[in-house]
Design a protein around this ligand. Sequence first.
Ligand code: 3H9
Length: 704
Amino acid sequence: MSAAPHSAVATRREGDVLVVSIDHPPVNALGVDVRRGLLAAIGQADADAAVRAVLIVGRGKAFIAGADIREFGKPPMPPPLHEVCNRIEASVKTVVAAIHGPALGGGLEIALAAHYRLALPAATLGLPEVNLGLLPGAGGTQRAPRLMGAKAAARLMLDGKPLSARAALAAGLVDRVAEGEDPVAAGLAYAGELLDSHAPARRISDIVIADRAAALAELDALQAETARKSRGLFSPLKIIECVRAAVELPFDQGLATERARFLECLDSPQRAGLVHAFFAERETAKIPEARAAQPRAVDRIAVIGGGTMGAGIAVAALDAGLPVTMIERDAESVARGRANVEKVYDGLIAKGRMTPEAKAAILARYAGSTSYEDAAGADLVIEAVFEDMAVKQAVFRELDRVCKQGAVLATNTSYLDIDAIAAVTSRPQDVIGLHFFSPANIMKLLEIVVPARTGADVVATAFALARRLKKIPVRAGVCDGFIGNRILAVYRQAADYMMEDGASPYEIDEAVRAFGYPMGPFQVADLAGGDIGWAARKRKAATRDPDARYVEIADRICERGWFGQKTGRGYYLYPEGARIGQPDPEVLAIVDAERARKGIAPRKFGADEIMRRYMAAMINEGANVVDEGIALRPLDVDVTFLAGYGFPRFRGGPMKYADMVGLDRILDDIRLFAKEDARFWKPSPLLERLVAQGRNFDNLNKAP
Ligand code: 3H9
């Protein structure tokens, strides 16, 4: 006996209502089977005289999460989604959508094609296509403005953030909010009411937007704002163009405009980059250990060290509902750690985003202590003390002494050898790196650094914790700087070489910003504080390769006590606490003096050359990191840079960017630059192999 084939869309009669149930796990995305199933179901309803209404629902946790993103970039398969929506709207029966979970993108467009919309309290409704470099392409840009007004609809599409059921009701996006969790029961009750009252088959495409002049004036203002804010993004201005068409043109012509603009977005490299980012961020959690082992239970956390980083980690854990004990060396430091934690919540209260009562409730789960014994009950301990091997090893000896058996012992080091830290304990299988990024309660990236002897269940525990803390985890191996800081060190060096060879720090920052970064590397250095890097350089001076090129400009700046924003000057000047710096002629004089001292005749660098060198250095080291197994796949490098280093999301990450430019071109650049400095510009063996084989990084992105 063979089981009946799974059908993505099931229909069943409930009295005179045809219930059309979408059952396409995990999120009911509108793949080809769902589109065909929906068309067939509407045809069935229209052909059946006994059917008076159609109820569309989703099975599982979502109503419909949108078009199937995996189909983008592949040959289209009929029927297209916009035709399915038009067919639903044209149905001669009363069509009701009952929404109990996410109704996003094409999912909301299906609901907008229905004649009536009911939402349950857990529903979320949005048009987030902009996050994928797209615009709603199945009538959303034409129907949403007719229902909620041009400006509100444009904002919904530009923000890309979903509305709650209540907010959707207030915005006019749904007709009713009903209690409960069962969309079939609530939807049948609503459909029954509509039929009893002979409610008409109301079609949004028939609505004419009133007061066009006012709507167009609002769109003009929004367009100016969007042009300012969208920083090179392609789809936001196209969205406004489509909404303008909804105001100015008949429905069918508006749909044609939407179609044309949608296809332009679909073809854009930004769409490819953003869709890559979407899937890559979900792929990084798919690691061998998560399949091989069960995570340990984590109900209590201890944090060692209450500085900015320790406090940020404590806040991240508190926000996830975990009790936290913070250990510091003396009463004064305990108080300072608590103050650092409270400062975060006080900031939220000042902005009206938290009540004092909520803060008190969270802090009831927080305790400070000077005694390591108070970490004894923790299931997971995160050390966040001074970045020094001897100091960290001393902490781990203490943890080994007091912590209960089975506790996970984590270090937040950003570059130290975690095998050497684990080696001072009697339980290296329990030791792991959890590298948070500052501010730890905000930054999404969590590098999970796995030393040689760590147990698979400890790795699985770290990934489970990341999910709980709403972080994006990336698995990294042990090396100096792991994935992110190791690659950063190399492209920062490329930037320093360019500065010494003739580009000003301001030109380099400007080129990096024009590429899509929020800040350039010298602005970042000023924000982070020059003293930290200076101390690290001094520590490493003895082991530095004497034949490697070393740029001393940063040292000259630090010697003057110019550590960036906090001292009022660094690479830039920050008069009276300004946060945006001004170019500093004295810095340029220092740069000139260093060039002269080394006999370098400065030359001009255009923005294009600056970015070619910056990216070639980043990509080449990224390839080394993959080749050595420090990152599992190229996509892990991409996500590290997207979630932790401000890499422009629309470019998909450095490795995706390299694929899009062409690996042969990147390798040609590296070979060209190697003619000046073969020691620094050494092509990565992986890059050479891939070019020789005609393959790219994405070919390596299959699950490990
Ligand atoms: C669109 O609709 C265009 C139209 O206007 C026009 C067309 C002509 N497709 O996030 P999760 C997968 S554009 C395919 O971990 P959660 C996801 O990869 C679309 N797959 O769960 C993951 O797979 P895996 C507009 C999708 O509970 C699994 O589902 N819509 C899609 O944390 C679970 O996902 C959006 O942009 C999809 N559309 O969050 C919504 N969505 O298990 C995108 C998810 O193999 N989706 N998957 O790793 C979301 O925002 C979240 O997934 C959602 C659930 C909130 C739904």
